[in-house]
Design a protein around this ligand. Structure first.
Ligand code: DX5
Ligand code: ZN
Length: 224
């Protein structure tokens, strides 16, 4: 099981995006979380292919693309072409979730499925063996800087139990409200990929990265 911090560039300073991505890379970050919002599945519009294509030239980091987009199947090939290594789609946004996951695989990317805090695990339990990662939203998708919803902790625990019982090596990624405090709660419950936007980019980036990576490292060696 790999434990990783996945900084979300949604909270980056877009005027200095390339520079901030280099800071990530210099500090040993391997996964970059890239939030695409369409103004339909979620109220905001963030950015899309041109931005991803241009930062792809800047780094060899793994691009973990989180599509908060209605009917994402329409765009999967395009996102892979512009540099996505992993694509996560929302169960709530897909008319045919199985086919969408197949499309991600056919395009050659890692496949992730995400659910909002109110969506039950039952909605995705039948396809756990078809995905590489489940992204559990721990805030309502659509905005950075929200507070971790503590009621999600049990869901993380339950999902890890389901995966263990089925003997599946599937990553659990958590997204929303992760900071120095909440990271411990999520790790302890069974998450192994931690997305953090404001927790990384607000304040001193290097010291935020150091503190959060230390927490991951400590947990990893304890859990080993
Ligand atoms: C929210 C996005 C998140 C966001 C997290 O819908 O999916 O990835 O960047 O931001 P923080 O870490 O600030 O809650
Ligand atoms: Zn995200």
């Amino acid at each position: 099981m790999n434990y990783r911090l996945c900084p979300s560039i949604l909270s980056a300073d877009f005027n200095r995006l390339g520079e901030q991505i280099q800071i990530m890379e210099k500090n040993g970050i391997e996964w970059l979380h890239i939030d695409v919002m369409d103004g339909d599945f979620v109220p905001c519009i963030s950015f899309g292919m041109p931005v991803i294509r241009s930062i792809r030239k800047e780094t060899r980091m793994f691009f973990d693309v989180h599509l908060m987009v209605t009917e994402p199947e329409r765009y999967i090939r395009d996102f892979v072409d512009c540099g996505a290594d992993s694509i996560t789609v929302h169960a709530e946004a897909c008319e045919d979730l199985e086919r969408t996951i197949e499309t991600i695989r056919d395009a050659g990317a890692r496949a992730g499925v995400s659910i909002k805090p109110a969506t039950p695990l039952n909605d995705i339990s039948h396809l756990l063996s078809d995905v590489d990662m489940v992204l559990l939203m721990t805030v309502q998708p659509g905005f950075g800087g929200q507070k971790y919803m503590t009621e999600c902790t049990e869901k993380i625990r339950e999902l890890r139990k389901m995966l263990d019982e089925e003997g599946l090596d599937v990553d659990i990624q958590v997204d929303g409200g992760m900071n120095e405090q909440t990271i411990d709660i999520a790790l302890e419950a069974g998450a192994n990929l931690i997305v953090a936007g404001s927790g990384v980019f607000n304040g001193n980036i290097e010291s935020n990265l150091r503190i959060m990576k230390q927490k991951l490292g400590r947990f990893y060696s304890e859990g080993d």
